[in-house]
Design a binder for this molecule. Structure first.
Ligand code: G4P
Length: 281
C-alpha cells in the first residue's frame, strides 16, 4: 500500500500522531533494518520530542546481520535504545516488553513513591512509515489478528488498547508518518526494498541503483547469483550480461532492460542474493 503524501496529508498525520502521543508512555519507532535511516520520518525526533523511545529494526531477518549489529551500536551511542526484530516470526519481539519495563521503571517507581499502590499498565504507540511492518508487529504483540485501518491519514476508528501481557498496553492503531522521499537516494532505497510501489519510480533507475550498490558492497553475491566471472564496470554491460544469462530478451533477441530490472529487484526482495543491508552506519 503506497500513499501519495501531500502537504495536507502530512499535516494531518503529524496532528494525529501528536494526539496519540498524549495517551502513551513510550514510543516504539519501527524502521526497516535494511535501511534504518531512509525508512525514518524526517521529523520524527521533533514529533516524538522527549517521550521515551525504542527503535525497532524490523525485518532484521532480511538484513545483513553484521550491519544490523552495527546499527544497534550506532543508536545506543546516541543514547537511543535499539532492538533488532522480525515481526513475522516473532524473533526479538519478547524483548520489547523487557526493555520497555527497564526504560519506564523510574517513571513507575515515582508513581509508587507518590502512593499509587497499583500503577496502571505501561502504554505504548507504534510509529512508522507505511509498509515497515506496523500491523504485523501489532498482531504479533497482540497474539491475534487486528484489522488494519487504511494507510491514509484521517481514516481512523475508535482507539482501543491491546493488552500485551499484564504490564503493557498498545494502541491498536499505529502512528503513520511519511518517509523523506524528496531525497532521491532515499526514494531509490525505499523502492529497492519494496517499501514503495514500483510505479512511483522508474524501475530501471531503481535497478541501476541497486546493482551499483551490490557491485560495490556485495560483489561476490552478485557474481554468484548471475554466474558472472567479472562484474562489468559499465552498467549497461552489466544489464546485458544478466539479461543474456537469464533470458530477458525482447523480440529480435535484444535485451529487455525492463525485464532485467524486474528480475533483479524481485531477486533482492525475495532474498535470492541473501540478507542485504542498503545502509551502513
Ligand atoms: P505496515 O502496517 O507498516 O504498513 O506494514 P505491514 O505490517 O502491512 O507489513 C508490510 C509487509 O512487510 C508485509 O508483507 C509483511 O508481511 C512484511 N513484514 C512485516 N514485518 C516483517 C518482518 O519482520 N520480516 C519480514 N520478512 N517481513 C515483514 P506482505 O504481506 O507481503 O505485504 P505486501 O508486500 O503485499 O504489502
Amino acid at each position: 500500500m503506497t500513499i501519495q503524501w501531500f502537504p495536507g496529508h502530512m499535516a494531518k498525520a503529524k496532528r494525529e500522531v501528536t494526539e496519540k502521543l498524549k495517551l502513551i508512555d513510550i514510543v516504539f519507532e519501527l524502521v526497516d533494518a535494511r535501511i534504518p535511516i531512509s525508512s525514518r520520518n524526517p521529523l520524527i525526533d521533533e514529533i516524538v520530542a522527549n517521550k521515551p523511545r525504542i527503535i525497532l529494526l524490523n525485518k532484521a531477518d532480511m538484513a545483513d546481520p553484521d550491519i544490523t549489529k552495527q546499527w544497534v551500536a550506532f543508536f545506543e551511542k546516541q543514547n537511543v535504545l535499539a532492538l533488532a526484530i522480525d515481526s513475522q516470526t516473532g524473533t526479538g519481539v519478547k524483548q520489547i516488553v523487557t526493555l520497555t519495563k527497564e526504560l519506564l521503571r523510574p517513571k513507575f517507581e515515582k508513581m509508587i513513591a507518590k502512593g499509587i499502590k497499583k500503577p496502571r499498565a505501561m502504554r505504548a504507540l507504534i510509529i512508522g512509515i507505511p509498509n515497515v511492518g506496523k500491523s504485523t508487529l501489532i498482531n504479533r504483540l497482540a497474539g491475534k489478528h487486528i484489522a488494519k485501518t487504511g494507510d491514509i491519514p484521517g481514516v481512523t476508528k475508535a482507539q482501543q488498547w491491546i493488552k500485551v501481557g499484564k504490564e503493557l498496553e498498545l494502541l491498536d492503531t499505529p502512528g503513520i508518518l511519511w518517509p523523506k522521499f524528496e531525497d532521491e537516494e532515499v526514494g531509490l532505497k525505499l523502492a529497492t526494498t519494496g517499501a514503495i510501489k514500483d510505479t512511483i519510480l522508474n524501475l530501471q533507475d531503481v535497478a541501476v541503483y541497486a546493482l551499483k550498490f551490490l557491485a560495490t558492497y556485495y560483489p561476490e553475491r552478485l557474481k554468484e547469483r548471475y554466474s558472472l566471472v567479472e562484474i562489468p564496470e559499465d552498467i549497461v554491460a552489466l544489464f546485458d550480461e544478466i539479461g543474456k544469462k537469464r533470458g530477458c530478451l525482447a523480440s529480435g533477441g535484444l535485451i529487455d532492460y525492463d525485464k532485467v530490472a524486474e528480475l533483479v529487484l524481485r531477486d533482492i526482495r525475495t532474498e535470492k542474493l541473501g540478507r542485504l543491508s542498503f545502509e551502513r552506519p
